[in-house]
Design a protein around this ligand. Structure first.
Ligand SMILES: Cc1cc2nc3c(=O)[nH]c(=O)nc-3n(C[C@H](O)[C@H](O)[C@H](O)COP(=O)(O)OP(=O)(O)OC[C@H]3O[C@@H](n4cnc5c(N)ncnc54)[C@H](O)[C@@H]3O)c2cc1C
Length: 456
């Protein structure tokens, strides 16, 4: 690795070619402070010594060091990303997964001569192995919290008493029978508690000790949370509705092809027998299939907390990797999808490595044609090509009000690919995934158009 600046004991990496371009663009921006920050990084990248940068930009040493560190942590255009929310943008799903693996191993097994991990040793290890260059202790603490990981060895209650060993860490089990009881419990227990619905994401995490909640609040005993019906201008789906019920619903099959396509490609029948649509959305995994579909459908989430109920537009529901707008005391109780107008159609296309796998990439499309054949309404959502599910707004805008001919479809498909921000992994490199989004978007648009015209 090469260093941008020779700051003692601080690793600062060289910008990539794309980042150089972005930094140069930002250098000319009128946004307050942004140009200065971009110049600081660029000067440093050009090997200008720090005292000289301080003199030229009339800034202090901490300011220079601070902006180089920010650059290191957030990337470009991430020069801005960390600023407002205070969230470290280096906390990517890849890092969360990596943390889960590293913290589940004993330090000694990874060549670190310590009996247990401390935050500082964990950071040193991550930096040394290149998993998280120069992550701050605070960022690491946030990452661990977000992944539900603890550096303290998990207690195994029964094992401690000399009885049979449980696979997950010890937890207290609660089984409320009403929404009020559940939200009161959640409000009291705070971040130590996890809601359990289908358990198809939570239980595997707990079994692997990747999550060790102290309290599990099982909502399966709450009546009236599983339903699929149309009422008051919406398709209403209860948060505890199982995937299998969506898949077997005549209403979904005949009126909501996009949703029908989606629930049939989630995992396998065994998982779908238990998994709920509420859990799928509340989990906030960008690889899950329902989020993109709900973005395309323009859905709303109904959340109930101890004091009030609120409706959250799906566009503001996914706030980060594995993070949603739900508050710790809130239950996802309902999903509302606007009733489809005449001449509406939708489709979900997913490429997976094998049946039951998460998507390499997938695209959800929902559209409505006007009487003159133009696109009156269109929604496009992308799965597993970013830190959160992505709404391809520019692709939607390219179609709205236009006749969806081949040229327009191709243009929208390219814009959707441009909106995707995949990372390279075992499922493929970045360029492949972007191109996949382009191809799947065009196909999903054609399929949705066919269905809007009455086809199946
Ligand atoms: C082998 C396998 C393959 C899979 N493949 C896919 C796939 O291809 N596509 C896909 O989309 N998913 C896939 N999944 C994930 C699966 O669909 C999960 O079941 C789903 O993500 C979570 O739903 P759940 O009801 O099981 O939730 P749980 O596991 O019970 O909970 C998941 C999370 O959501 C929270 N939560 C659950 N319900 C609520 C609620 N009502 N209110 C507030 N918070 C809540 C929990 O606290 C927890 O943090 C797969 C899972 C497995 C095991």
């Amino acid at each position: 690795m090469t260093w941008v600046a020779d700051i003692p004991r601080r690793f600062v990496r060289e910008p990539t070619a794309a980042e150089y371009r972005e930094l140069r663009r930002l250098r000319g921006t009128q946004l307050p402070g942004l140009g200065v920050r971009a110049r600081i990084v660029l000067l440093s990248a050009e090997r200008v010594p720090i005292p000289e940068i301080m003199r030229r930009r009339r800034v202090s040493r901490p300011t220079v060091a601070g902006w180089l560190r920010r650059f290191e942590q957030s990337g470009v255009p991430g020069l801005l990303t960390r600023a407002r929310s205070g969230r470290p943008s280096r906390v990517t799903p890849d890092l969360l997964r990596h943390l889960a693996i590293v913290t589940s191993a004993r330090p000694r097994d990874l060549g670190v001569p310590r009996p247990a991990w401390s935050l500082a040793q964990l950071r040193e290890y991550l930096v040394k192995t290149g998993a998280a260059p120069a992550i701050s202790l605070e960022s690491l603490r946030v990452a661990l919290r977000r992944a539900g990981l603890s550096l303290k060895p998990a207690r195994t209650g029964l094992a401690q008493k000399g009885a049979t060993t449980m696979i997950p860490g010890a937890f207290e089990y609660h089984a409320p029978t009403s929404i009020g009881e559940a939200t009161k419990l959640l409000a009291t227990l705070g971040e130590d508690a996890k809601v359990l619905s289908g358990g198809q994401s939570l239980i595997p995490l707990m079994k692997l000790r990747l999550a060790s909640p102290r309290h599990v609040v099982d909502i399966n005993g709450i009546g009236g949370l599983a339903y699929i019906r149309e009422a008051d201008g919406f398709l209403r789906i209860g948060g505890l509705t199982r995937e299998v019920d969506l898949e077997e619903s005549e209403l979904i099959r005949t009126r909501y092809p996009l949703l029908f396509d989606t629930c049939r490609v989630i995992a396998d029948p065994l998982v779908r027998n238990m998994a709920t649509i509420g859990g799928n959305l509340a989990h906030g995994d960008p690889a899950n299939d329902h989020p993109a579909t709900m973005l395309a459908l323009g859905a709303e989430i109904v959340a109930k907390g101890v004091k009030a109920e609120r409706r959250i537009p799906i566009g503001s529901f996914f706030t980060g990797p594995f993070e949603t707008a739900l508050k710790p005391d809130e239950l996802l109780v309902e999903i509302r999808v606007p009733l489809p107008a005449a001449r509406s159609g939708g489709a979900y296309l997913k490429l997976e490595r094998k049946v039951g796998d998460f998507a390499t990439a997938a695209v959800a499309v929902q559209l409505t044609l006007g009487a003159n054949g133009t696109c009156e309404q269109v929604g496009i959502g992308l799965t597993n090509v970013g830190l959160t599910p992505i709404k391809a707004s520019r692709a939607e805008a390219a179609l709205k009000g236009k006749r969806p001919d081949e040229a327009t479809i191709k243009q929208a498909a390219q814009l959707a690919a441009d909106a995707s921000q995949p990372s390279a992994d075992l499922r493929g490199p970045v360029e492949y995934k972007k191109d996949l989004i382009r191809v799947l978007t065009a196909r999903a648009l054609r399929k949705a158009l066919e269905r809007a015209g009455g086809g199946r």
